[in-house]
Design a protein around this ligand. Structure first.
Ligand code: ZN
Length: 442
């Protein structure tokens, strides 16, 4: 095929000003041809298919081969399908389980995912489970999300909201028709267990970590076809990859705009991607001494053009310390590496842990670690968690939420003497104290 393209017998699709030509792609037992909509090209495809049939002895199933026309008239598409003896296919269509459409932000594209989610977390299942069991089920369903789809397209906010809503109402035992109290804020629920949450996957952060992989491909992979296509379409700009991404924010296809704006989408960590990459010093040609973050081991011998003033040797020593382990290597171009990984490779797992890390360590993690001891039954751990956060349905909590009226029915259910709050009910009440004393005798 490549030699046919070289001899200009077949005209592939030319992308951008740099003339990157894509003529075909092969994956497993699929072959996709890309080309100009012309009679000559159709003739060449037909000949290639016939020749491969004759040479390999394998018969091509023309019923399964489908031509797709983009930006051509219906009439032309019909003719193309007729000539190739195939059935034409229209956009949107599915390939490798992913819907190929003009706009991936459309709700219709993601709706099947929401429906399957709803089916898996059906209300009837939740009714027979403890809080601990419901947490386990939510985590298992969330970990089965179509990660492949989420790493290709940025999942829209509305869809994430729907999924979160299903999870929330399942966690607290509600359903479509019945609303229950959401005792703990969902952001808190999504935190790690040692930080006071339930360790439920935070989809808002997870989608960014998945999509961040494209930045990794762009700066790490030297020769990939995808990169050549993107560079061909949007141009390489002014040398530095990250500057190039900045320059193209708000320009291009919906998908490309999403990719360029990834590090602005996390409110708590603006520039999480920009600052995650640093320049690996090669020949130093594309690195700015003052503005780039660069690093490579070596030795420097600084020579000054004049005698240093009295206050300057200290500053010079500081500079020497900063650049001490950094050196230029001739013959190797500068590159970018992911600072959070020892091999410099972008990793979704590390990116997610960076995005979800609590910025100010205000939580006493040792208490929460003790609660989630693996030898405890999950329902006990889950209840302890709720109790520690004072998010259980005591009368005083129900009054605060306006469910009980404060007309004297806030008294403790055991002693009917004092207000029923968590501390009273589990520690201070005389009946509770007696229970604890009896337990201590065991
Ligand atoms: Zn009491």
């Amino acid at each position: 095929m490549s030699s046919i393209v070289e001899k200009q017998l077949y005209k592939g699709v030319v992308i951008g000003n740099k003339g990157v030509t894509v003529s075909h792609l092969q994956f497993a037992d699929d072959t996709i041809f890309f080309g100009e909509a012309s009679k000559d090209n159709i003739g060449v495809i037909k000949s290639i298919m016939r020749t491969s049939e004759l040479s390999s002895g394998l018969k091509i199933n023309f019923g399964k081969s489908q031509p797709i026309g983009i930006g051509v008239e219906d009439n032309w598409r019909n003719k193309m399908a007729y000539k190739l003896c195939c059935k034409e296919r229209e956009i949107p269509f599915k390939y490798l389980g992913i819907l190929i459409s003009r706009n991936h932000r459309r709700v219709a594209m993601w709706q099947p995912m929401v429906e399957s989610f709803l089916k898996k977390l059906a209300t009837w299942k939740g009714r027979h489970l403890s809080l601990g069991g419901r947490i386990t089920l939510i985590n298992s369903v969330l970990s089965n999300l179509p990660v492949f789809l989420m790493s290709v397209y940025l999942i829209p906010k509305g869809i994430l909201y729907s999924i979160d809503k299903i999870c929330r109402s399942f966690l607290w035992g509600g359903g479509r028709e019945k609303r229950k109290i959401n005792w703990v804020n969902w952001v808190k629920v999504c935190k790690k267990r040692e930080e006071g949450g339930l360790g439920v996957r935070d989809l808002r952060k997870f989608k960014l970590a998945l999509m961040g992989k494209w930045w990794g491909c762009l700066v790490e992979n030297e020769e990939g076809l995808w990169k050549r296509v993107v560079v061909g379409k949007y141009g390489e700009g002014g040398g530095h990859w990250l500057d190039w991404i900045k320059e193209y924010r708000g320009v291009g296809s919906i998908w490309w705009r999403d990719v360029c704006c990834l590090d602005k989408m996390d409110r708590e960590r603006a520039r999480w991607l920009m600052e995650g990459f640093r320049t690996k010093l090669g020949d130093g040609k594309s690195v700015s001494f003052w503005w780039d973050n660069w690093n490579e081991p070596g030795r420097w011998n600084l020579k000054w053009r004049r005698k240093l003033f009295e206050w300057e040797p200290e500053e010079a020593r500081g500079l020497q310390e900063v650049i001490e382990d950094k050196m230029i290597t001739h013959g190797r171009p500068d590159s970018l590496e992911w600072v959070h990984d020892k091999d410099g490779q972008y990793s979704t797992k590390i990116a997610y842990s960076i995005l979800t890390k609590e910025q100010i360590g205000t939580t006493d993690s040792s208490t929460f670690k003790r609660i989630w001891n693996p030898s405890f039954p999950s329902k006990v751990s889950a209840f302890n968690w709720q109790l520690l956060l004072n998010k259980i349905p005591t009368k005083s909590n129900l009054i605060t939420r306006g469910i009980l009226r404060d007309s004297g029915d806030g008294k403790c259910v055991l002693c009917n003497e004092e207000d029923e709050d968590s501390t009273h009910l589990f520690l201070k009440c005389k009946t509770t104290r007696w229970v604890w004393q009896e337990c201590a005798k065991w």
